[in-house]
Design a protein around this ligand. Structure first.
Ligand SMILES: [Zn+2]
Length: 227
């Protein structure tokens, strides 16, 4: 029986490919030693080789890496991650640079960038520059007043380069509650390193787990070509 010679050259390995044409991957790569939110499970990936094929058994937190968080994260019996309309997850978006913010994005920071109704806003902070090799407890996110402001503005999606929109051990959970009560999509764990501020088309598609509090997603930005 003739066998097809398979080498590493046949299928070159590429980790964390960031750009392909005008498409930029803003998702974190999922692997067993990636960072997770404190207390949440690390991915467990068990490879199995059958007689002719391989498959892998995967155990993940629903809030692993780049992911969408749904109202069920805080409110039992409410909508799950599979219930967001696709048109809310895909469409025009704006990457806003908050890299100078030291601790937390405030209402004043948001006022200065003129948020409009219906916008998809991705907040790029110093988290992306610091990278995601280890978890930093002092990650930058938004405060409760800023979340209230976004909710009042009726944006459709808010994404950030932190594993949580709320501070670690924060008693004020408005960063979640204000957004989720208005059905604003929350995307956490984005990697916006090397992404310039500006307008893009966003595609963020959480895996379609039924009625779940969150799910990992692949997120990409597409820049309009200048032609
Ligand atoms: Zn989450």
């Amino acid at each position: 029986m003739e066998s097809f010679k398979v080498t590493l050259e046949t299928f070159p390995i590429s980790y964390g490919m960031k750009k392909s044409g005008n498409i930029i991957d803003i998702s974190l790569s999922i692997h067993k030693s990636m960072i997770t939110y404190p207390g949440y499970s690390h991915p467990k990936i068990k490879h199995k080789w059958w007689s002719t094929t391989a498959d892998s058994e995967i155990t993940l937190s629903s809030h692993t890496g780049t992911h969408v968080t749904s109202p069920r994260h805080l409110y039992m019996g409410t909508r799950g991650v599979d219930s967001y309309p696709l048109k809310q997850l895909v469409g025009p978006c704006r990457v806003v640079n908050f890299s100078r913010v030291r601790k937390v994005i405030t209402m004043d920071d948001l006022r200065s960038v003129r948020i409009k109704q219906g916008e998809r806003i991705l907040a790029k902070t110093s988290n992306s520059k610091r990278g995601f090799r280890r978890f930093y407890g002092d990650y930058v996110t938004i405060d409760g007043d800023a979340a209230d402001f976004l909710a009042k503005k009726k944006i459709s999606l808010f994404g950030i380069d932190a594993l949580s929109v709320a501070k670690n051990d924060e008693a004020d959970l408005r960063a979640y509650t204000s957004l989720l009560k208005k059905n604003i999509v929350i995307v956490e764990g984005l990697n916006l390193e090397g992404v310039s501020a500006g307008k893009y088309t966003l595609v963020v598609l959480p895996l379609s787990f039924r009625s779940l509090d969150g799910a990992p997603a692949r997120a990409v930005l597409m820049k309009k070509s200048s032609s």
